[in-house]
Design a protein around this ligand. Sequence first.
Ligand code: MN
Length: 489
Amino acid sequence: MNIKVLDTTLRDGEQTPGVSLTASEKFRIANQLDEIGIDYIEAGSAITSNGERESIKEITKQGFNAQILSFSRPLTVDIDYCLDCDVDAVNLVVPTSDLHIQDKLKTTRDELLKLSNNAIDYCKDHGLIVELSAEDASRSDVDFLKRVYADAIDHNVDRICVCDTVGILTPDNSYELFSKLNDLPVPIACHCHNDFGLAVANTLSALKGGVSEIHTTINGIGERAGNTSFEECVVSIDRLLPQFDTNIKINEIYDISKLVARLTGVYIQPNKAIVGENAFSHESGIHSDGIIKNSATYESITPELVGRKRKFVIGKHMGTKGLNNKLKELGMNVDEDQLHQICDNIKVLADKGKTVTDVDLQVIANNVLEVNHEDRISLDEVTIVSGNKVMPTASVKITVDGEQILNAGVGLGPVDAAINAIKSLDVFNDIDLIEYHVDAITGGTDAFIDVIIKLQKEDKVVSARGTEPDIINASVKAYIAGVNRLLRD
Ligand code: MN
């Protein structure tokens, strides 16, 4: 059975605390929603503001494949604004719980029915498609809910929707509620909220209960804990519920998820299903080994299915097979011995509580790979005197072509002093430092300092790197590594 998807990222999603989208941002999202195969796009709520109406008009103008809806209360003032925006359809939202009828609207069930029926008539008279959403339906008296829907059907409503407005359904209750309504002669939709983290589960149960349309938002954004997450729900339908399908191009899911995260500023938790940073990342040696042999061992779906790539994360749980894979990704070929050395060095770093990044791995691997080269210069000792009242002074002991040399230098800062002490020696003639760049690899003052330099001798330019907890050692190491490389080739 084919399931229709109504996406409400631009209406319920925009009601996420702190989120407000410009017209051009809304347009970009709508464009992607249409491209990925969403059937119905709820573009906003026309009554809200001039700006909101402008952005809805911009969307309705495009002639998208998707049907474009606006949210509307059952009031002619709202419906007129929807007509002004030239939408195809309205999501007519009518509260049906006594709590909402009495405490929010201060009215009665009978008055509410009149309001609902009149609004449907007004919409139909003006050529609008109507989806009637019963707000707080999950806390409404089921007999009254059925009455609202039966009246709506008498007034030629096109579709009806059951809203779990405060997210209190469970998968069992959801199935039960929808089973009581599935004899209605119009399509039934469900609109779930994630207050107990059950929105996707309840939506999937609703499908089994007979709904043929689901409401979702990209990344599950929405009021409070959000709405049913589009990507989790659609991929679950595709992979776990073979009796249903949707019109969604699943391999474009990651792109739209990233777009919405970027434009709304609501970032995705790393362990979120399907689109989270870690959803297809592997660190453990046992898992990586299994994945390399057959990805089905530790992945229920392939990352490519949703437009992503698998990642092997560097860390202390990593085995040599995963590490070797990662090194190949970075364009480095190592032998068995070097691989084990690199692996041991990573574990030393990780045991110190460091996050090991790709850059760290490159540095560690380079250090191991370059050990066998005959270097002409090596550093034996560096001593620095520095402070707020002294001229930074460095003394160095280095070995050049087997001969130990002692030298000293001053500079503007301790790094400058150390480099000056080294480069005043003859062997460094004609070598220019043309670039010097420092990064703290991790956050704190105990961070590893990553120094990248570029050196030039005549026409030749080389880069070198030094990574140490100490900025002076890192700089000196990078400098000497660079000079060795220049002299070597
Ligand atoms: Mn909602």
